[in-house]
Design a protein around this ligand. Structure first.
Ligand code: NAD
Length: 489
């Protein structure tokens, strides 16, 4: 099935931080793919803006190398890459000073059109950029800003950041990225829930035993050690990505698939979360891989702090205290240097209330697994009879749907989250972006958890690189008579 490309009018996109890691790995490759899909209309202007002293040709060289590395070209012939690069321009701009702004204004002169400013710089620069955009008359009613994570370090800093941006832009012009929301499967979660009659009647504590959300990474902190050691898994992953997945799983059906309708329902979920009891949280920190400590050093070596107590893993049991979910726990876990890269949501249904086949036939709970990566898709485990003679024995088998197989043109990857989010930003659709109050509500839930660790002086539990995480995380489940699923591919 060939995906439908919705045309957009010519637009301007300025990428502040256009020479950075994120621009090279995600933003420019995403724009190139959209170009290949016919979604960058003639006359659109894409400008990199950063500190480096580059000219147009120098920026094209940066973009060419980045796209060749991160979007190896099977979607476009090499000639198209060169045609795409001709669309790019570059201005050296200082976010904190006055240099470059007049030149930027000159490049953007003329053209009554949507103008998007992507803030792919550290959050410390958001306020400076927002002010200068206004002061130099670059942002009008049809302008929007796209801001990257992390959005704050805690509730207080998130509030301050919201206030800084709100001083220059309306909430309707602020697009806070959580790239998890741009993933195909995450939106499919809403399609599956609200486009089918099959699931929604069962989507509550009467039928759902519990829900597991796992976001496991095989990588360590890599080059992000300095940032990560100040953040940890709770701030870097749980407060945003896992929280967003929890919201989409737990929210009530919005009346319409419209930005504020969807976000209103998500905020209600976050506000319904109970505080998490200390014995319902496990923190972990990875050790070096045995026999391979050079390639896979311990967390503490990676961040160059032998006494660091920052967690690279967190697992917790959360409760959404509302009519629908009272009594159904949500188990969330995320960590680095785990056995496999896997993001999956498992909705584990209750056992059938009575087995007509007797205890010896066996019993299996239905599980709906929503895989975000790798191999995006959905699996429903259903119980059937084991084939062959010899009585009635039950087994559970997967009804499996891989999105790539079912929907993609042969050999083609589904669009990257950044492709969708950038184009939604251009179209002015905020549904998949976080609203200010949503981010603040998530911090309001997260802050006491982190404050509790600090007050108790708790150190994270060590776990082996390449494992499924600390043993205590298994115990968190086992104490409730349950077990984690889905980290192994
Ligand atoms: P980076 O350090 O690689 O790049 C920073 C960019 O900002 C460079 O282009 C630099 O020239 C520009 N810059 C810095 N100071 C400037 C100034 N005073 N004026 C103008 N430009 C200036 O950073 P990155 O990894 O690309 O991250 C950018 C943002 O995206 C950060 O907020 C980061 O937290 C976020 N983010 C990054 C990733 C990632 O994978 N790299 C993932 C998620 C979020």
């Amino acid at each position: 099935m060939v995906s439908r490309v919705i045309p957009v009018e010519a637009f301007d996109l300025v990428i502040f931080g256009g020479t950075g890691d994120l621009a090279g790995r995600k933003i420019l490759p995403a724009l190139f793919r959209r170009y290949c899909a016919g979604q960058l209309p003639e006359g659109s202007r894409i400008l990199g803006a950063a500190r480096a002293d580059l000219d147009r040709a120098g920026y094209a060289d940066f973009a060419r190398a980045a796209i060749r590395e991160h979007a190896p070209g099977r979607h476009c012939e090499d000639g198209s890459l060169e045609a795409f690069l001709k669309r790019l321009d570059y201005v050296a701009v200082d976010a904190c000073g006055e240099s470059g702004w007049a030149a930027l204004a000159g490049r953007l002169a003329g053209g009554d059109r949507v103008r998007a400013f992507y803030f792919s710089v550290g959050p410390g620069l958001f306020g400076d950029l927002a002010q200068r955009l206004r002061r130099h008359g670059l942002a009008g009613a049809d302008s929007r800003i796209v801001v990257e994570k992390p959005f704050g370090h805690d509730l207080e800093s998130a509030r301050a950041l919201n206030a800084t941006l709100a001083a220059q832009f309306d909430e309707g012009q602020i697009y806070r990225i959580d790239h998890y929301l741009g993933k195909e499967t995450v939106q499919n979660l809403m399609a599956v829930r609200f486009g089918n009659m099959l699931f929604e009647p069962l989507w509550n504590s009467q039928y759902v035993d519990h829900i597991q959300i796992t976001v496991a990474e095989t990588v360590g902190v890599g080059g992000r050690g300095e940032y990560y050691d100040r953040a940890g898994a709770m701030r870097d992953m749980m407060q945003n990505h896992l929280m967003q997945l929890l919201c989409l799983i737990a929210m009530e059906p919005p009346a319409k698939f419209e930005p504020d309708e969807v976000r209103d329902e998500k905020v209600k979920v976050i506000k319904a979360l109970d505080p998490v009891a200390p014995h319902h949280i496990v923190r972990g920190q990875y050790e070096a891989r045995e026999g391979d400590a050079e390639a896979h050093p311990s967390y503490r070596e990676a961040v160059d702090d032998p006494r660091s107590t920052t967690e690279s893993y967190v697992a917790l049991k959360a409760h959404v205290s509302n009519w629908r979910w009272a009594g159904t726990p949500f188990y969330l876990r995320t960590g680095k240097r785990l056995v496999a890269r896997s993001s999956v949501i498992n909705v584990v249904f209750k056992d059938a209330p009575h087995s007509i086949f007797g205890a010896e036939a066996g019993r299996h709970a239905n599980v709906l697994s929503i895989r975000l990566q790798p191999n995006e898709g959905i699996t429903l485990r259903v119980t059937i009879k084991e084939p062959g003679p010899g009585g009635m024995r039950l087994v559970d088998v997967p009804l499996d749907m891989s999105f790539a197989e079912a929907l993609g043109p042969e050999g083609e990857d589904p669009p990257d989250a950044y492709e969708r989010l950038i184009m939604d930003g251009i179209r002015g659709n905020q549904t998949l972006f976080m609203r200010g109050d949503e981010v603040e509500a998530a911090w309001a839930w997260t802050d006491p958890i982190i404050a509790g660790w600090q007050a108790r002086g708790e150190a994270p539990k060590p776990y082996d690189s390449g494992s499924t995480g600390p043993r205590d995380a298994d115990l968190l489940m086992e104490r409730d008579g349950r077990k984690w699923r889905g980290i192994n591919p």
